[in-house]
Design a protein around this ligand. Structure first.
Ligand SMILES: Cc1ncc(COP(=O)(O)O)c(C=O)c1O
Length: 364
């Protein structure tokens, strides 16, 4: 059975059906959550939530928007909160109705799905391993010539790479609509420097999308936001289903933004842990690509005689879920993506991979 049959990682029900373990017993490297779990305030908010269930959420998401405005120093009228970044992706495409959208592939599948739903076409900007999956300047310039919109991940999923300064400069000046998915930028220590969130309120042609589910480890509540010129935000909100963002998500969003220690701790931890995990994967013989965020893409060299589907199956049987990255257009059956988790889990991953690839536990 294909673990990603609904198009994403983190599908524990399919894992349970495929590998026979209860869903919560897998170590999940297939979706890219902060492994520290939600900030402390979340448990209390969930416990208190029962009394609020009988009321409608604030349809204008006013308190959370005010909070986001102060944290990111942007005007409230430039913020639209959505039911996950996923809803913001859908709304961004529906509001711009692009005819031809440039996608740097491999990239997150929802970009193309949103484009297809509105009848738009996709222009491919191929990313390839020879230059570490960086967008090539000439490809970008060609895309600017023939697209009305560019939709890019910053950092990109599944490659984990941020866009370069040069690319960002071209995008800022190109006179095309740009949708920038910054769902994973909170994990980057230089977030403030690299994010375009502060520019979006004034630019007429830039929509920046952020997720709160990955960094704060609350994917179950669905929470993300888009930042753009107030006119674009207003048009997006007209397309949005009323009360799309439930009240628990709103409360949690307000609270987690106050936990500065959690945010700083996560960023600092990730740098060392990703370096350790990448070097262990390299020691196992994998070809590892450098990442700017909380997941790592690697490929399995031919000499192991295994493709990622076989590897996923033998890891699943050991209770460990990895992402089959061959399902991203632009990657082949050798590619695999894993989240960076806490050390104990990462050690289990390395031991499991060693079992699966070499048929034995490695002596250290
Ligand atoms: C690149 C990227 N953008 C957006 C999303 C959607 O995030 P959310 O959970 O906020 O809807 C995902 C989820 O996997 C993602 O990988």
């Amino acid at each position: 059975m294909m673990l990603e049959k609904y198009g994403h990682g983190g599908d524990l029900l399919t894992a349970q059906q495929s590998f026979g373990l209860p869903g919560d017993q897998f170590i999940d490297f297939s979706s890219n959550m902060n492994p520290f779990g939600p900030p402390a305030a979340v448990e209390r908010l969930v416990a208190e939530y029962a009394k609020e269930l009988i009321r409608y959420p604030d349809p204008g998401v006013r308190k959370l928007r005010a909070k986001l405005a102060s944290v990111y120093r942007i005007p409230e009228e430039s913020i639209l909160v959505g039911n996950g970044a996923a809803e913001c992706i859908d709304l961004a495409v529906r509001v711009l109705r692009p005819q031809m959208t440039g996608l740097a592939r491999p990239c997150f599948s929802e970009y193309e799905e949103a484009i297809e739903k509105t009848g738009g076409r996709v222009y491919d900007l191929p990313l390839d391993p020879e230059n570490g999956f960086e967008l090539r300047k000439q490809d970008l310039l060609n895309a600017v010539d023939c697209c009305d919109t560019l939709f890019l991940g910053h950092p990109n999923n599944p490659t984990g790479r941020l866009l370069s300064k040069e690319t960002l400069a071209i995008l800022s000046d190109c006179g095309r609509n740009v949708i920038l998915d910054e769902a994973f930028v909170d994990f980057v220590p230089a977030e403030e420097e690299v994010s375009l969130i502060a520019r979006a309120p004034e630019a007429e042609s830039l929509i920046v999308i952020r997720s709160m589910t990955k960094f704060y480890a609350v994917p179950g509540i669905r929470l993300g936001f888009a930042v753009a010129h107030p006119r674009i935000v207003e048009a997006m909100s007209r397309l949005q289903i009323p009360w799309s963002v439930n009240s628990l998500a709103q409360r949690i969003g307000e609270a987690v933004l106050d936990d500065l220690e959690y945010a700083a701790g996560t960023k600092a931890w990730l740098q060392d842990e990703r370096a350790w995990l990448s070097s262990e994967l390299t020691r196992l013989g994998m070809t590892v690509y450098s990442s700017d965020t909380n997941f790592v893409l690697f490929s399995i060299p031919d000499r192991f005689g295994q493709n990622v589907k076989q590897l996923q199956a033998s890891m699943g049987a050991q209770g460990i879920l990895i992402r089959d990255a061959s399902l991203f257009p632009g990657l082949n059956e050798k590619y695999c993506r894993i989240a960076v988790r806490l050390r104990e889990d990462n050690e289990a991953l390395i031991a499991g991979l060693n079992n699966a690839l070499n048929g034995h536990s490695r002596n250290r």
